[in-house]
Structures are given as structure tokens and as C-alpha cells.
Design a protein around this ligand. Structure first.
Ligand SMILES: NC(=O)c1ccc[n+]([C@@H]2O[C@H](COP(=O)([O-])OP(=O)(O)OC[C@H]3O[C@@H](n4cnc5c(N)ncnc54)[C@H](OP(=O)(O)O)[C@@H]3O)[C@@H](O)[C@H]2O)c1
Length: 395
């Protein structure tokens, strides 16, 4: 879900290598970020018979035309003679909400299709390529003579649809963790005060990130201290999101109707996670609510805390495919400790808060030996105003 730097669209006819076209297709794919879930982000670029740029497109919204359809739109058969279609994911073979892209391309006079990844969906896997080969179109998985560049692009290809791949391969929710910290890794004062650590540019980007996930998850402490809205406030994105709250004992439900989030979100978009043995008493309690949240009854661990894996299983069953954990300190630590975080976004501001009177986002995490330290893989860095953000994967 990370947005890489958007590449400019070249003028028609500009010569491009397959590698350049694939990088442009990846950049295009990210444009679908807020709107395609649970589908993958996909981008496509079409080159003419001489390798000149013709058009680019992406999958814009769930249920809408696929990337290849948008990239090929309004290009005549004459222009497409011997053309080369580059797409980040194998063209689909099956008819879903839209017709099969492989069958659509098979009717065109294109010479070659290069795709970034084989679709893990068993309804497609290899079959999209086969449909093309059956009509004499070359269909191959992306590779490059420059092996370093190939590896770089393949990493980007996996990243661009990481949630979709994770969902298909693991049948589990993709989890990202976003925190804002001071230079010394603190996320709040011990008093609970934490607003604001980062600047407006970082915060605007966080609202973009929110839009790319199916839900935003926070612990009870964050609701108590901050009474957050947990909605998407972005100048160009309008979207209703889902909110997940961890409140093992269900204590916070007594304040539910006074919370900003219960006024701002429809109850069907609020998932309130409590221990499963409290079901009877909680059901009684919420039966009087005007806009009740969806209750999620979760198994508990020996210590009584909610089993986060079970919580994620419930969310998956309820149709959520990706969530962004936004704190607070204990909730962030728990997710890392239980090895449940796929991607991390850590925004660091050029301020010092002092560990003596503050809280760290890893406060409950204990690493005894340096060999057990947790690595952030494929780290990437971006600046937002005076802050910088590091993102990468934890698994
Ligand atoms: N800088 C940032 O990015 C950022 C982001 C968000 C929040 N914050 C700050 O962080 C502070 C809040 O952090 P926090 O650690 O106090 O609260 P928190 O992480 O928001 O919530 C912790 C509480 O959530 C419940 N919880 C979490 N995991 C659970 C589990 N597996 N099972 C059952 N219950 C679970 C527990 O409630 P029980 O007490 O019922 O057990 C726990 O005490 C605030 O000051 C807030 O402003 C900072």
C-alpha cells in the first residue's frame, strides 16, 4: 500500500524499454490505492510495434474495468498492430464483475504481453497466459537481462499488490502498523498527551494511507485519551472507512454514545472487539444503543487478553482484507510481539520527548539478545515537511 513516487506519463511515441514500461505500470497501479480492495492494485502500459509509448491505465475501483482495459481503451486495431502490452499482474482468465481481460486481448492484433506476476487466484494462475498463447500472442512473465534491475522491479511488483497476495496465499488479513514518534522513539507523554508529534504533511499522508486499508484499528487506551474521529480527512479522497476497537472487557462501551467515532461512523462500520465469554452481558448492554457497533467476540489468551490472531480471523470472516493499526503504545507492541505486522510505517519528527516522562511504541516488547532484533525488510524512506517516514515489511 505504499505509494512510490508517481512517474510522469510520457508523450505518445516516446521509446521505452520493457523495464521502464513495467516501472510506469507499477506507478499507475498505485493510483487505485483507495478504491480497489479486495481486488489487487494493477497497472498497465501499451507500447507500439516500435516500442513507443501509446497509453497507460490502472484498475481504478472495485468492480470497475481492469487495468488492461483502461490502457487499451480507444486504441484502434491499426495502432495496436504488433503492440506490446505490459501489465503488473497476469491478465485475468475468468469472468467476474468484468469480462476476461485475456480473452479481450486475444481478439486484438497485439504481438506480446509481458506480465509482472502470475495471478495467485486459482481461477487465473497461468490460464490467462494460456488463452493468449492459444491465439499466437507471446505471453511471458517479466524478466530482464539486468538481473539487479529485475530483482528491484520484482520486489516492487510484489509490494504493489502485497495485501492481495497475502490474502490469497495465507487467507488472512494484511496488517500494517503506523505510528508517529519523536526522534527518541516516544509516541505519547505519560500523561497521555500526544497531539501533535508530526506535522500536517505527514498527517495528510496518513489520511491517504487510511484510505488504502479496509479498516483502522486502535486499542481502548487511544480512544480514552484522544477520543479520535478515525475517519478519512483528505483533500482529494472521500471514503467511508471501517474502525476496529480492542476493548477486551467491553468497559468503554459505557461511554460509546459520547465518543466522536460513534457519532461519525455508522454502527455497521465499527467493529468492537471483546472477550467471547462476555457475549451475553454485552449483547444486553448494546441492545439499548441507537447506533450499535458490530460486536466481535474473540478468544482470550491465558492472561485474559484478546488473542489477536483470532481477532484477525474474525475480521477476515467479516470481509476485511487489510487493516492499519494506529496505536496506541500497548496495542502496537502486542501486534509486533505476536509477529502479526506485515508492513510498518514509522513517521519520525525532529523533536525529542525524553524516555523519562514518555511512552515508547515498543514498551511491552522484550528482546534479550541482539541476534533476536527485528529487521524491517526492503526499507524505504520519504520525507514529509520536517518529518521522515520509514516503511518496510516485517515478514
Ligand atoms: N504517536 C502515535 O502514533 C500514537 C497513536 C495512537 C495513540 N497514541 C497515544 O498512545 C496512548 C495510548 O496508548 P495505550 O498503550 O495506553 O493504549 P492502547 O494501545 O490504545 O490501548 C491499550 C488497551 O487496549 C486494550 N488492548 C490492547 N491489546 C489488547 C489485547 N490483545 N487484548 C485485550 N485488550 C487489549 C487493553 O485494554 P484493557 O486495559 O482493558 O486491558 C489495553 O490496556 C495515548 O496517549 C495516545 O495518545 C499515540
Amino acid at each position: 500500500m505504499e505509494q512510490i513516487k508517481t512517474l510522469p506519463i510520457p508523450a505518445r511515441g516516446t521509446p521505452m524499454t520493457t523495464e521502464q514500461a513495467m516501472q510506469l505500470a507499477i506507478s499507475e497501479a498505485y493510483k487505485g490505492g483507495p478504491r480497489v480492495s479486495p481486488n489487487p492494485l494493477v497497472g498497465s502500459v501499451v507500447l507500439d510495434s516500435k516500442g513507443g509509448f501509446l497509453q497507460a491505465g490502472h484498475h481504478e475501483f472495485y468492480g470497475g474495468p481492469h487495468a488492461e482495459v483502461n490502457a487499451l481503451k480507444n486504441l484502434s486495431a491499426d495502432v495496436l498492430k504488433e503492440a506490446h502490452v505490459i501489465v503488473t499482474l497476469e491478465p485475468c482468465a475468468h469472468e467476474g464483475k468484468t469480462p476476461s481481460c485475456a480473452k479481450m486481448i486475444a481478439k486484438l492484433p497485439v504481438k506480446k504481453v509481458t506480465f509482472g506476476l502470475i495471478d495467485p487466484n486459482p481461477l487465473v494462475a497461468g490460464q490467462g497466459a494460456q488463452i493468449l498463447k492459444d491465439v499466437g500472442i507471446e505471453a511471458e512473465v517479466f524478466s530482464s537481462a539486468d538481473k539487479k534491475l529485475e530483482a528491484e522491479i520484482k520486489t516492487q511488483l510484489e509490494e504493489v499488490c502485497e495485501a492481495f497476495l497475502w490474502n490469497f496465499r495465507q487467507k488472512r488479513v494484511f496488517v500494517s502498523l503506523k505510528m508517529a514518534s519523536s526522534l527518541d522513539g516516544q509516541v505519547a507523554l505519560k500523561s497521555g498527551e500526544s497531539q501533535w508529534i508530526t506535522g500536517p504533511e505527514s498527517r495528510e499522508y496518513v489520511h491517504y494511507l487510511r484510505s488504502c486499508y479496509d479498516g483502522i484499528l486502535v486499542g481502548k487506551g487511544t480512544i480514552e485519551f484522544d477520543n479520535p474521529s478515525l475517519n478519512i480527512r483528505h483533500p482529494t479522497i472521500e471514503k467511508k472507512n471501517k474502525v476496529i476497537v480492542i476493548d477486551g472487557e467491553g468497559d468503554l462501551l459505557s461511554k460509546y454514545s459520547d465518543l466522536k467515532l460513534s457519532a461519525l461512523h455508522e454502527g455497521k462500520n465499527i467493529f468492537w472487539c471483546v472477550a467471547e465469554d462476555l457475549k451475553e452481558q454485552i449483547e444486553k448492554k448494546i441492545s439499548k444503543f441507537k447506533n450499535p457497533p458490530q460486536m466481535v467476540y474473540v478468544k482470550t489468551n491465558v492472561g485474559g487478553d484478546l488473542n489477536l490472531e483470532n481477532l484477525l480471523e474474525h475480521l477476515y470472516q467479516q470481509g476485511l482484507r487489510s487493516v492499519m493499526v494506529e496505536g496506541g503504545a500497548l496495542t502496537a507492541s502486542s501486534f509486533v510481539q505476536h509477529n502479526l505486522v506485515n508492513r510498518i510505517y514509522m513517521f519520525q519528527a525532529p523533536i525529542i520527548m525524553g524516555a523519562g516522562g514518555s511512552r515508547s511504541w515498543t514498551e511491552s516488547l522484550r528482546i534479550k539478545q541482539m541476534k533476536d532484533k527485528i529487521h524491517v525488510n526492503n526499507p524505504r524512506y520519504q520525507t514529509f515537511g520536517g518529518d521522515f517516514m520509514i516503511t518496510g515489511t516485517l515478514k
